[in-house]
Design a binder for this molecule. Structure first.
Ligand code: ZN
Length: 385
């Protein structure tokens, strides 16, 4: 009866290890899909991102998002700095905030613009977000392979084309500013104008109006460090008409704020999450950097002081693993890793001791044989049934 019991214990140990590893390395993928018959007219989703059949442009050679490899960027310190006009909106301007089934989108007035940055003026149209789940990050652009927790896009169109629709298919039609988010210790109050209203637009198609506020406050402190490249809309119809500006410095949100973004909205009957497109091949495109990094192997990110809530001057630090984790899930992973290592070491030690024991026994037997003694093999009790 002893032998099966031991085998059982061994099996439990192995099973435990397997489960620990599984819990560590199984990351949930995007789980929702556009269901037919929903309010949205566009039947595309993020769980199947093969959009080429319905939207040919999505198969183009200059698609977005991309992974920015800092060491391969072309430094150009003469890139004009980003000049934003009219970003501080009066409260009397009411802004439409809607859940369109793909994201939360805030309409912006044409009085907001990017000026003296590109050869022409670009007027604001809307801003929206991309995010992951509570256990996996969901920014679209990655930097040196790091995916940040979420990303915001502020979409502008060339003034000369008169409208977003008119500009969307023109080569120089669109300019999008991209902001990457990290987890910080405090609520970023500047985002509560939007996040406080998410529950009010939980259903696809819902909308509310919010008073104008200072949209500048949603941006990183330092706008002079950015990456620039030519790409596309990251959603169908994937027009390749976007001049991208991805800010190097990140903006911090609290864990609670991110949680709200990840869980408040629905698309059909599902939670609206993981609404990010996978990175696309660069296909020889140049990515410019407006700055040269003093830390060639690391990414410079803004570190806000815990007390300031994000108002102090930013300092620099190497990128941290928290870019990947957003919460207790990060702790769970760390705990899982630790357990896996402990079980691994225990298992390894047991195996090593067993091997040493067997070798010593054999040596002992050989010595006994050589010295002419009669060798009696007597199994121990534990090996008996
Ligand atoms: Zn976007």
């Amino acid at each position: 009866m002893q032998r099966p019991r031991q085998m059982q214990r061994l099996l439990f140990l192995l099973l435990g290890q397997l489960l620990t590893f599984a819990s560590c390395y199984t990351t949930p993928g995007p789980k929702h899909e556009q269901r037919p018959g929903g309010p949205s007219q566009e039947h595309w989703g993020y769980s199947d991102q093969d959009w080429r059949e319905d939207y040919q442009k999505c198969d183009g050679k200059s698609q977005s998002p991309i992974n920015v490899e800092i060491s391969k960027t072309i430094v150009n310190k003469n890139l004009p700095k980003i000049t934003l006009e009219g970003y501080s909106l009066p409260e009397t301007t009411l802004l439409n905030l809607t859940n369109n089934g793909h994201t939360v989108q805030l309409s912006l007035p044409e009085s907001m613009s990017i000026s003296n940055t590109f050869p022409q003026k670009y007027l604001a149209s809307q801003l929206h977000f991309h995010w992951g789940t509570e256990s996996s990050p969901g920014a679209e652009h990655t930097v040196d392979g790091i995916r940040y927790v979420a990303e915001m896009h502020i979409v502008h169109y060339a003034a000369k084309y008169g409208s977003l629709r008119g500009a969307a298919q023109k080569a120089d039609g669109l300019a999008v500013l991209a902001v990457l988010f990290q987890i910080g210790p405090n609520d970023n109050e500047n985002y509560n104008h939007i996040f406080d209203k998410l529950e009010a637009i939980s259903q696809e198609g819902d909308e509310v109006y919010i008073p104008g506020f200072d949209v500048n406050a949603l941006l990183p402190h330092q706008l002079s460090r950015f990456f620039r490249y030519n790409g596309s809309l990251t959603t169908p119809p994937c027009f390749q008409t976007v001049t991208w500006t991805v800010f190097n410095d990140t903006v911090q949100l609290s864990k609670e704020q991110l949680h709200k973004l990840e869980t408040s909205l629905k698309t059909g009957h599902h939670t609206l999450d993981s609404n990010f497109r996978f990175v696309q091949p660069l296909n020889g495109r140049n990515v410019l950097a407006s700055f040269s990094s003093t830390l060639p192997s690391g990414r410079m990110v803004v570190k806000e002081s815990a007390e300031s809530g994000g108002d102090d001057k930013p300092g620099l630090e190497l990128d941290e693993p928290n870019a990947f984790s957003n919460s207790s899930d990060g702790n769970q992973i760390a705990l899982g890793d630790t357990l896996a290592i402990i079980f691994g070491i225990l298992f390894g030690c047991t195996a090593l001791i067993f091997v040493v024991y067997v070798l010593r026994q054999r040596k002992h037997q050989r010595l006994n044989t050589e010295s002419g003694k009669k060798v009696i093999y007597k199994p121990t009790n534990t090996m008996e049934a």
